[in-house]
Design a protein around this ligand. Structure first.
Ligand code: RIB
Ligand code: CA
Length: 278
């Protein structure tokens, strides 16, 4: 029986790859997307989520608009959040389903539901603060001894450190950190083989990385986290005692957290390539 999956997201180019991967995987039943500010502002992340689902033929999946906050990664994902190519995706006649993520989780979480949180954790912290337990929570975020927004903080945790603290301390998450996702690069060959509409979203992101590294592709941070929801066991994990500091850095602490440390990237890459080829 398909695994019920809710994705909390700030699309975002790697979010788009993650949403497409889930939409094209029969192992999961997409229960809904809850949107949050992050790569760009909430209005754009919500519009992008709607358009991606329409493009993927999944306009029936509800999109619930969550919390706003300070956008922070247009230099990576483009002003529209999708590499300046959001207009290449169709409108979604269904529109937003609601604007209360806590209510949506309360009404739709079941004992087998997996939640993949791939943006700032503001919505997820609100759900936990409402006393709602999330059966299985997979979070793309953090970095052990490294960051991508500051030297020590990864973007999703940096964007709302207090929410990240709540999730680490009370959410019992599986964390998928930069230490692993920086090894998961969708290079030019990969991008040439998948759905061209998805590849077409990556121009700004590729240019951003090419200016700063030898990298000729994009990091598929969020798709790595969602792959674990689709095929449990994709990521090899170990338990750490961690916390998040007030600047959003993942640090040693007193809270037991499962951390994804390794994966068979060639196999995962082939899996993603096959599913994202449309
Ligand atoms: O640091 C990477 C994370 O921040 C990804 O989720 C990316 O989409 C951005 O939200
Ligand atoms: Ca994201």
């Amino acid at each position: 029986m398909a695994i019920p999956l809710i994705i909390d997201t700030d699309p975002g180019v790697d979010d788009a790859f993650a949403i497409a991967l889930a939409a094209r995987s029969p192992e999961v039943k997409l229960v809904g997307l809850t949107t949050v500010f992050g790569n760009v502002g909430l209005e754009l992340t919500t519009r992008n989520a709607l358009r991606l689902l329409a493009y993927l033929g999944r306009a029936e999946v509800p999109v619930v608009e969550g919390f706003e906050g300070p956008a922070g990664a247009a230099d990576v994902h483009g002003e529209d959040g999708l590499g300046g190519q959001a207009h290449t995706l169709p409108d979604n006649e269904k529109g937003v389903y609601g604007d209360d993520p806590v209510r949506f989780f309360a009404d739709n979480l079941g004992p087998r539901t997996v939640v993949a949180a791939i943006g700032p954790l503001t919505n997820i912290a609100a759900v936990l603060d409402a006393g709602i337990e999330i059966p299985r929570l997979i979070v793309m975020g953090g970095g052990l001894g490294l960051g991508n927004t500051t030297e020590r903080a990864e973007f999703n945790f940096w964007a709302d450190p207090e929410a990240a603290q709540t999730v680490i301390r009370r959410g019992k998450p599986l964390i998928v950190p930069l230490n692993l996702t920086h090894r998961c690069i969708a290079d030019a060959e990969f991008l040439s083989r998948i759905d061209p509409v998805l590849s077409n979203l990556t121009g700004t992101y590729r240019a951003y990385l090419a200016d700063r590294s030898e990298n000729q592709g994009i990091y598929v941070h969020d798709a790595v986290a969602v792959a674990e929801a689709i095929v449990p066991g994709t990521l090899k994990t170990r338990t750490h005692l961690l916390d998040v500091d007030d600047d959003g850095a993942l640090v040693e602490g007193n809270h037991q957290v499962e951390v994804a440390e390794d994966t068979d990237w060639p196999a995962l890459r082939a899996f993603m390539e096959q599913r994202l080829s449309g």
